[in-house]
Design a protein around this ligand. Structure first.
Ligand code: MG
Length: 380
């Protein structure tokens, strides 16, 4: 028998933990819409995100390595898919709303500019005195205002819960609200899961890309407790693991170790708190979903290593510095020649003003398009 939306909502109500967000109890959409006969509101949100242009552009945006430099490096899109898989695993294990978790996860990076954090730095500098630039806030801008594909509203008209979940760093402001409802001090479980899944994914897969790029070595990683633990587990489970498959197997083990730790701590936190509503989790003394303290002690030197040896490796920073130069020139070019931006962006000039419109346009570029535009206007 084909399942209706109301049957799905009933199943959610029966099977999810009391602290989970239920679609039947959503705080709704800014623009009122009729409900779908089959899909819940969170399922619809997830599908709207996957079908959006800003999501498709993630394919050509930098995660760490400039897009197109090697076929196996992660892009923003593959990072997003990997972290969404982690998030869905956590959501299912903790019996919270998997569709909501997936929707927040899939949208979490759509506000990223081209060329990763270097591109973000360049835009933020250019926007000094004009409100700055932050990729988390930009994700919200895309889904609330900038996508223009629906006849009745701007943006994707997502539910309150997905938009609240995207306010990653903003929500910790005391008294922060969205549409009159508090979004902190902590987030609800589904949003906390997306947050930690992002860390879990990049902490594992960036090391793999770094090894493949030759920026870091296995010998260096073996000086770190977290990596040693992962390798020990691999050797115990696969005593005959071929040497050339050890690193990739240890990377997968890194995912597992992190997920196990987060789940165990979350179970302890949630059993002690015994939350009966999402709000009980949001107003709790500590966040529900995070790494345990002993695990964080192992993670700290590992993260420090990734920052110092990989993200600040001269090859990566040189590419980043070049990206900053290009982004700055492109931004200044559009300030002087707004007529060179696309038609949809030009229409936004009256509403948002010159600087914000240029910022939105440059932030929306993929690495590939930004490079093409720089070549076209001889900015390289
Ligand atoms: Mg991310």
């Amino acid at each position: 028998m084909i399942e209706s939306r109301t049957q799905r909502e009933h199943t959610e109500d029966q099977t999810l933990a009391p602290c989970a967000c239920r679609t039947a109890q959503t705080r709704g959409r800014t623009h009122r819409e009729s409900r779908h006969s089959r899909r819940t509101d969170f399922q619809r949100d997830r599908d709207r995100i996957v079908n959006s242009k800003c999501f498709r552009r993630l394919e050509y945006k930098t995660q760490v390595f400039v897009n197109g430099t090697q076929d196996h490096y992660r892009t923003r899109l593959t990072h997003t898919i990997e972290m969404t898989s982690v998030a869905r695993t956590l959501a299912r294990a903790l019996r919270v709303n998997e569709d909501l978790t997936a929707a927040i996860s899939l949208a979490h990076d759509i506000g990223h500019s081209p060329f990763g954090h270097s591109g973000e730095r360049a835009l933020d500098e250019r926007m000094a005195g004009h409100g700055g630039f932050d990729h988390n806030l930009q994700s919200l801008r895309w889904v609330e205002r900038l996508e223009e594909d629906y006849p009745e509203f701007d943006g994707l008209n997502l539910t309150w819960e997905v938009r609240a979940g995207l306010r990653k760093h903003v929500s910790r402001d005391p008294g922060a609200e969205l549409d009159g409802f508090p979004v902190g001090p902590w987030q609800f479980v589904e949003a906390q899961i997306a947050d930690v899944a992002d860390d879990i994914a990049y902490q594992a897969h960036d090391a793999q890309d770094g090894l493949e790029a030759g920026l870091i070595t296995l010998d260096q990683l073996r000086t770190l407790d977290l990596w040693t633990l992962a390798e020990e587990r691999v050797r115990r489970q696969y005593p005959d693991c071929p040497a050339d498959r050890l690193a990739s197997t240890a990377i997968r083990m890194l995912f597992t170790l992190q997920i196990e730790d987060v789940l165990q701590r979350a179970e302890e936190q949630l059993s002690a708190l015994n939350p009966q509503t999402p709000w009980n989790v949001m107003s709790a003394p500590d966040r529900a979903v995070h790494f345990s303290l002993p695990f964080l002690d192992m993670l700290k030197p590992y993260r420090k290593f990734l920052f110092e040896e990989m993200y600040f490796h001269p090859d990566v920073t040189a590419a980043g510095d070049e990206a900053v130069r290009l982004m700055t020139r492109l931004f200044d070019h559009y300030l002087l020649h707004p007529e060179h931006m696309g038609a949809k962006a030009r229409k936004r000039l009256d509403t948002f003003g010159l600087h914000r419109t240029v910022c939105d346009y440059v932030a929306g570029c993929t690495d590939r398009y930004a490079l093409e535009e720089c070549a076209k206007y001889r900015l390289v």
